[in-house]
Design a protein around this ligand. Structure first.
Ligand code: SF4
Length: 447
């Protein structure tokens, strides 16, 4: 460019649907586009092109993705689809419904998305436009970030189609994960949320091969990874831990304060026959394992998710699950009514449960868990806990924060009443003054 004038860079709009793993893909595409000088727009009208990152996990997510694509086509017209649903039937599921799209890619195909953008709006590469914040462009607030360590899954849970959408497990090199984590910490991140479809399987696909972190040879394995992340001096929170025995190896790291004492372990059910039909690990030992985790790390928070109304689930089997929850007294519980996702093996099982019964069981489970949560939280009143501030005080004077027990978006909050002033990303100690069903209230005792 010799005239000294810059061409106006194309503006790209984004719709990112689905789970944190999809959000990480979107962040990568946004980072790469910004690195090439594209601008990011927040409105259809102002965008030259819109990228829709879709989710295909359950029917409701498929419907939401289809609506988002239709809306983007209506409002803008130039649309690229990526993500889980984009990968369905190698793209033909979406391209047959929307032949006017500029292109369709599956998950983890950021490079193909960039090619499609280039084909339609060539890269406006300008050295003066290349200033990317260290740590890339993130869609989460500045002080926490998702760190994706692997893609895909080797399991065959009968209710799930993710392995057919995302493929088999592929672990990222440990050196590259650590470089990304270090950049994020240098960019101001205070909490790393480690994600994958199955976090504890990390390294299985590469047979735990040796890799290098800053010239040091280390094994590609989940325990080593968490030990290394634990040295960065920020909160490290592990998500989506399939209940393998290797989870037991991570609890001592929590007890030693290397990573947060937070175990996100989706049990999905408790009754042995139902678990077998789900193709999930057996249940007899789960209560014993929970007790063992608690004896190694008494402050551990255990989060889990469950499915109600799985095909063939009898009322007695559902009651078995409720009894398990009464005994386990898990800190955090999510629950889905079974959704017969197209292509899931479980749909062929006998004994489909009517939608109202699936929902009614879900409500009963959540009502029980509400009582348990209320009781668990009420025991924290009077204690002092460390929290990370998410939002400065609003007009009501209340600042929003989270403790080690609270992952963003899915768990409860710690609401701080009264001064002094705090900002997002601050760590403070809070004395808990009262509790509700899922949230705590407190006052700052130490900044
Ligand atoms: S572990 Fe099971 S539920 Fe999770 S992604 Fe793999 S197949 Fe799906």
């Amino acid at each position: 460019m010799t005239s000294g004038k810059f061409k106006k860079p194309p503006k790209i709009g984004f719709i990112s649907l689905g789970c944190p793993k999809a959000l990480v893909d979107t962040e990568r595409i946004v980072t790469d586009l910004r690195a090439e000088g594209y601008l990011i727009s927040s409105t259809y009208k102002d965008s030259d092109l819109v990228i829709v990152n879709t989710c295909g996990f359950i029917d409701a997510a498929v419907e939401e993705s289809l609506q988002a694509i239709a809306e983007a086509l209506d409002e803008n017209g130039k649309v690229i689809v990526t993500g889980c649903l984009g990968g369905k039937d190698r793209g033909s599921f979406i391209s047959m419904k929307f032949p006017q799209l500029l292109g369709v890619t599956g998950p983890d195909e950021a490079d193909r998305v960039l090619e499609l953008v280039h084909e339609n709006f060539p890269s406006p590469h300008e050295p003066f436009l290349d200033l990317i914040p260290r740590g890339g462009v993130r869609l989460t607030p500045r002080h926490y970030a998702y760190l994706k360590i692997a893609e895909g899954c080797n399991h065959h849970c009968s209710f799930c189609i993710i392995p057919s959408l995302r493929g088999k497990l592929v672990s990222r090199p440990i050196g590259s994960i650590m470089r990304e984590a270090e950049n994020l910490v240098r960019a101001g991140v205070k909490e790393l949320l480690v994600i994958a479809q199955d976090t504890v399987a990390y390294g299985v696909d590469v047979k735990y091969r040796l890799d290098f972190i800053g010239g040091r040879a280390v094994k590609t394995n989940v325990k080593v990874l968490f030990e290394e992340l634990g040295k960065l001096g920020v909160w490290v929170r592990a998500h989506y831990m399939y209940p393998y025995p290797v989870v037991d190896d991570l609890v001592p790291l929590m007890a030693e304060g290397k990573i947060l004492p937070y175990l996100d372990v989706p049990f999905q059910h408790a009754q042995p026959r139902v678990l077998k039909a789900m193709k999930r690990p057996g249940s007899e030992s789960n209560m014993e394992r929970i007790n063992a985790w608690r004896s190694i790390c008494p402050e551990i928070t255990i989060r889990s998710t469950f499915i109600t109304g799985f095909p063939g689930e009898t009322e007695e089997e559902f009651q078995y699950l409720l009894d398990f929850l009464e005994e386990a007294r898990l800190d955090r519980v999510g629950c889905f009514a079974y959704s017969p996702v197209e292509g899931a093996a479980a749909n062929d099982l006998p004994g489909a449960i009517p939608q109202e019964v699936r929902e009614e069981r879900r409500s009963r489970l959540m009502a029980l868990q509400e009582k348990i949560s209320r009781d668990v939280l009420s025991r924290k009143v009077g204690s002092t806990i460390r929290v990370l501030v998410d939002e400065a005080p609003g007009d009501d004077g209340i600042a929003v924060a989270r403790s080690a027990s609270d992952a963003p978006d899915i768990d409860g909050l710690v609401l701080i009443e009264g001064g002094p002033m705090v900002l997002p990303g601050d760590f403070v100690d809070v004395k808990i003054t009262r509790s509700e069903d899922y949230d705590l209230y407190g006052k700052i005792v130490k900044k």
